[in-house]
Design a binder for this molecule. Structure first.
Ligand code: NAP
Length: 246
């Protein structure tokens, strides 16, 4: 489905990003696995892809840093000659109620989730415009759509990603580039492992399908949006959330 395509997955070392990298490689894409601090985990993802006969390489880079994001995109483009798919997946949480939230907690989340997405979009766009093709998938969240107490910073960043997705989709559609967002619900990863059992039980009551999502639920949606099968879909937010946001 993705043979011959070159993909970058930001935050590909763990969780959802790891599964996206493995899935895209499984469908034949060459994958650049970006990470920030988890070098060994990123290398393990790369090794797993290579072991299965695929092509992948790990790239360290903090996406919240404009110049580092530029280096990442430039290096991947030089190494593989093109970039067909960008998955802006890197993200963090710093949860707190607004009254207790520090300026630092707000800035860290906005800088990684929202500005990090902008930084990668900014640098990849020139390449995709020249190619006259490209697939961009931005990771939002259901809380960017419906909000969540304790996540003013995170939900603002993820709502921002949705606005950015729709605006960019309009800007680049005429050049054969599609831009979509995925809004995952409550997915089992290290990000949600930190929640208390009480919070998890409460969240489960809000999910019509009655279970947490798994990383494959998200990765397969990314693969579909990255493929030719989704060529007439742009500017959309696909909620993969077990019905949480109905
Ligand atoms: P996770 O397990 O905490 O993994 C986060 C990933 O992001 C790691 O690979 C991490 O890399 C990377 N990352 C963090 N800051 C970075 C930076 N500045 N530059 C580059 N990479 C960075 O999170 P996850 O649950 O897989 O979430 C992945 C995405 O889905 C995030 O955008 C998250 O907001 C979104 N999401 C998750 C859920 C959920 O329920 N899990 C729900 C909705 C949306 P290192 O380890 O190398 O630092």
């Amino acid at each position: 489905m993705l043979t011959g395509k070159v993909a970058i997955v930001t935050g590909g070392s763990r969780g959802i990003g790891r599964e996206i990298a493995l899935t895209l490689a499984g469908y034949g894409a060459t994958v650049a696995v970006n990470y920030c601090g988890s070098k060994e985990k990123a290398e393990a993802v790369v090794n797993e892809i290579i072991k299965k006969g695929g092509t992948a390489k790990a790239y360290q880079g903090d996406v919240s840093d404009f110049e580092k994001a530029k280096e990442l995109i430039t290096e991947v483009s030089k190494e593989f000659g093109r970039i067909d798919i960008l998955v802006n997946n890197a993200g963090i949480t710093r949860d707190n109620l607004l009254m207790k939230m520090s300026e630092e907690e707000f800035d860290q989340v906005i800088n990684t989730n929202l500005k990090g997405t902008f930084n990668c979009l900014k640098h990849v766009t020139r390449i995709m415009l020249k190619q006259r093709s490209g697939r961009i998938i931005n990771m939002s969240s259901i809380v960017g759509v419906i909000g969540n107490a304790g996540q003013v910073n995170y939900s603002a960043s993820k709502a921002g990603v949705i606005g950015m997705t729709k605006s960019m989709a309009r800007e680049v559609a005429s050049r054969g580039i599609t831009v979509n967002a995925i809004a995952p619900g409550f997915i089992q990863t290290e990000m949600t492992d930190v929640l208390s059992d009480e919070v998890k039980e409460k969240l489960l009551t809000k999910i019509p399908l009655g279970r947490m999502g798994n990383v494959a639920d998200i990765a397969e949606t990314v693969a579909f949006l990255a493929s030719d099968k989704a060529s007439y879909i742009t500017g959309q937010v696909i909620q993969v959330d077990g019905g949480m946001g109905i």
